[in-house]
Write a protein that binds this ligand. Structure first.
Ligand SMILES: *Cc1c(COP(=O)(O)O)cnc(C)c1O
Length: 370
């Protein structure tokens, strides 16, 4: 057992057959995104009596493997699940750091409230990440653009088919070494406009990070792929086709005068930690940032008139990625030959620089894990 800085004790049941170094190193040569998982997982369980506040218990590190789950577990029937995503970066001196984990812990609890799951005390969230990364430290890649992607998630495990919030849940963290999300060098991506499908609606779960939102987005993602696009853009069709976000990334516009615009968080958009950080980085660069409604018409007309100079998407997985073309059934905005914009790349470099330890962390965004 080890005592973490926050006083939570995690029990360790280390894997009896971790990957041998040569196999691990071969994976780290070219990890892709989300294809391989480390040797361990962090787990904290929750139990409550009906209608009473429960307890989080049994924090532990176990070998990575299948989850024993009752076939009647609520998560399998009613989708009571939430998740997070953040990265651990290896710095030049070998130390390992993560970016704004407090923001992810707070968002997990916001999602938990919306999905009627129990809130997890932040010490457990940070403790689980620290213990897992410490156990699997050899899995944190050092290459350019590489990191160990951390996937905390919470599932309702109670075996019960009546419809109510489950009394038992499990919080877990798994980890996957990753390279560039879209593969290869950074090129502007082509985005498909979903005209028929929404990922979220007013009063729904759009502002929560839950699997159900992704389930709702996959059919639109299939349509995008069929049309040669990498990602989907969702619009609010009941609100002048206001731009919402991509399936898993927020969107920014760089205007001709150098200011930035991003859709305001209206309840149907997920508030990204990257979004929040981009806003700060842009302000640090002396840019004005407005969070407001921006419609598809404004995007089309703004690009045509030269009012909109650059468009980019942002999220933990792909950091900051330029958007080249927006395509729809009757729409083509932007140019296939577009290059990554200067402001987009400056913001990307600043953010990555802080995350990887080569630029000064003036906002105290980094937390050392190992
Ligand atoms: C996770 C996610 C984002 C990006 O959030 P980050 O905290 O920046 O990684 C954006 N949109 C959706 C729908 C998401 O699930």
């Amino acid at each position: 057992m080890t005592q973490t800085a926050h006083g939570i004790e995690f029990t360790h049941h280390f894997s009896a057959n971790p990957k041998f170094a040569p196999e691990r190193e071969a994976i780290l040569e070219n990890p892709g995104f989300g294809n391989y998982f480390t040797d361990h997982t962090a787990i904290v369980d929750y139990s409550a009596e009906t209608n009473s506040r429960g307890v989080w218990h049994s924090p532990r590190i176990e070998a990575y493997g299948a989850i024993p789950l009752d076939p009647a577990a609520a998560v399998l029937h009613y989708g009571q699940e939430i998740f997070e995503g953040l990265k651990a970066y290896r710095h030049e001196d070998g130390s390992i750091w993560t970016f704004r984990p407090d923001a992810n812990a707070a968002r997990l609890n916001k999602s938990a409230r919306r999905l009627a799951l129990p809130e997890l005390p932040v010490e457990y969230f940070i403790g689980a990440i620290r213990e897992l990364v410490s156990a699997d430290r050899e899995w944190v890649p050092a290459g350019d653009g590489e990191a160990l992607y951390l996937r905390p998630f919470m599932i309702a495990t109670e075996a019960f088919l009546g419809v109510r919030a489950a009394c038992q849940a499990s919080f877990r963290v798994i980890a996957s070494p990753v390279g560039n999300y879209f593969g290869g060098e950074l090129k502007p991506v082509t985005i498909w406009i979903s005209q028929e499908y929404a990922r979220a609606g007013r009063g729904g779960t759009g502002a929560a990070k839950c699997g159900g939102n992704y389930a709702a987005s996959l059919i639109a993602q299939q349509e995008a792929t069929a049309n040669g696009c990498k990602q989907v853009l969702f619009l609010d069709q009941f609100n002048d086709n206001a731009i919402e976000e991509l399936g898993g990334m927020n969107v920014f516009f760089v205007m001709k005068d150098g200011s930035l615009v991003t859709p305001a968080l209206t309840g149907t958009i997920l508030g990204g930690v990257t979004r929040m950080s981009v806003i700060q980085v842009a302000k640090d660069m002396g840019r004005e940032v407005s969070e407001r409604k921006i419609t598809l018409d404004e995007w089309r007309d703004g690009v045509a008139a030269g009012e909109i100079a650059e468009v980019f998407a942002c999220g933990t997985a792909a950091v900051v990625t330029p958007i080249g073309v927006l395509k729809g059934a009757n729409e083509l905005i932007g140019s296939e030959n577009a290059k990554a914009g200067e402001t987009t790349m400056a913001i990307r470099q600043q953010l990555l620089g802080v995350q990887t330890g080569v630029l000064e962390d003036t906002h105290g965004w980094l937390t050392r894990l190992v």
